[in-house]
Design a protein around this ligand. Structure first.
Ligand code: T3D
Length: 266
């Protein structure tokens, strides 16, 4: 069957949906078409019961270099009216919200440079695993823009205010080792084994109690902007739901029987 996608590659392996941004000659810059295809792919991963973990990565030497500046330049040259705010609201913001709201784990395998909105996309994922030669660039101010695609939200939370501001003000990049030291990525893997090890990790996550992981994500998302009282109450509410899953029963049974649990994601 022919693929419905031109700018991404979508495949499934052992419960993992792998979404590869595929415009390597443009460092996987986010064209309008790619943004639309990413939204479609995320939506199908979300609704597919076989999918218990989603991986986003890039083909070639980049994760993504952010918004496609050549598309933007073409519109400026034609003197077309350009409203960046509308463009963000229509294409970028829904993508970031879809990743955050999806009650399945979403992992960014950052295979190379992640810049601008490409960095925003990686930051919106639940965690980032970087190749040793990956780079993280808050490129926005280099082109006279402000951080978008969730960067103003995630960067200070992950890095603290002053480091986030330093990266924003300079537009300079940091390498994978520095990103790991600062807590921006959870693992750095050697280039040669990057894809195999990264996917192995995702497949392990896909064998986990998917529904509870989804509930945990919902509770953590909410706790980021709530009071302790609200967070505690929401934990109690979500724990009630987690306690009704078959994976909870299986987890308790496996523990008492001293064996590995066989989670089904239900
Ligand atoms: O509503 C809206 O659309 C506004 C939203 C804005 C969100 C944003 O993301 S703004 C920020 C956009 N991104 C950038 O400003 C980053 C631009 N790219 C770079 O700074 C550098 O390419 C990198 C630091 C990422 C990598 O540098 P390097 O030296 O490894 O590669 P390169 O030679 O610069 O790029 C290789 C090719 O990719 C090159 O094409 P060519 O000359 O070989 O034909 C380059 O033009 C192309 N490319 C890289 N980034 C983009 C791009 N083409 C279009 N858009 C890009 N963002």
């Amino acid at each position: 069957m022919s693929s419905p996608y031109d700018t991404i590659i979508y495949e499934k392996q052992e419960g993992v949906a792998i979404i590869r941004m595929n415009r390597p000659e443009k460092l996987n810059a986010l064209s309008q078409q790619m943004l639309e295809e990413l939204a479609t792919a995320l939506s199908s991963a979300e609704s597919d019961p076989e999918v218990r973990c989603v991986v986003i990565t890039g083909v070639g030497r980049a994760f993504s270099a952010g918004a496609d500046l050549s598309e933007l330049q073409a519109r400026y040259e034609k003197q077309e009216p350009v409203n960046l705010g509308q463009h963000l609201r229509r294409y970028f913001n829904p993508l970031i919200l879809r990743i955050r709201r999806m009650e399945k784990p979403v992992i960014a395998l950052v295979n190379g440079v992640a810049a601008g909105a490409g960095l925003g996309l990686a930051l919106a994922c639940d965690l980032r695993i970087a190749s040793e030669d990956a780079k993280f660039v808050e490129a926005f101010t280099k082109v006279g823009l402000i951080p978008d695609s969730g960067c103003t939200y995630f960067l200070p939370r992950l890095l603290g205010l002053d480091k986030a501001m330093e990266l924003v003000m300079t537009g300079d990049g940091i390498d994978a080792a520095e990103a790991h030291r600062l807590g921006l990525v959870s693992q750095v893997l050697p280039r040669q084994e990057f894809e195999a090890q990264g996917l192995q990790f995702a497949k392990q996550v896909a064998r986990g109690p998917t529904r509870s992981i989804g509930y945990a994500k919902r509770a953590i998302n909410r706790a980021l902007t709530s009071s302790l009282e609200d967070a505690l109450e929401y934990e109690a509410y979500m724990q009630e739901l987690a306690g009704r899953t078959s994976d909870h029963l299986e987890g308790v049974r496996a523990f008492t029987e001293k064996r590995q649990p066989q989670f089904t994601g239900r």
